[in-house]
Design a protein. Structure first.
Length: 73
């Protein structure tokens, strides 16, 4: 099986793409949220294995989000 590798983006383009798409939202009751609050750091991997971006993040704060129309639960 052949895997087609897309044309690689420049470092600047990869960073811009990730920052444009980055938003971390999760339920405060989730394991992810509890771990993030307890440890204060997170590591995110985005993209395909051939063109991955790894983001090391530090929690600087959190805020509740009001439930809007169409929200689950």
């Amino acid at each position: 099986m052949m895997v087609r590798v897309s044309e690689q983006r420049s470092l600047a383009q990869r960073k811009a793409d990730v920052l444009a798409a980055l938003s971390l939202t999760t339920s405060s009751a989730s394991r992810t949220a509890r771990n993030l609050v307890a440890v204060g750091t997170a590591r995110l991997a985005l993209g395909s294995p051939q063109d991955v971006i790894v983001v090391d993040a530090v929690l600087v704060g959190s805020s509740p989000v009001a439930r809007g129309r169409g929200a689950a639960g």
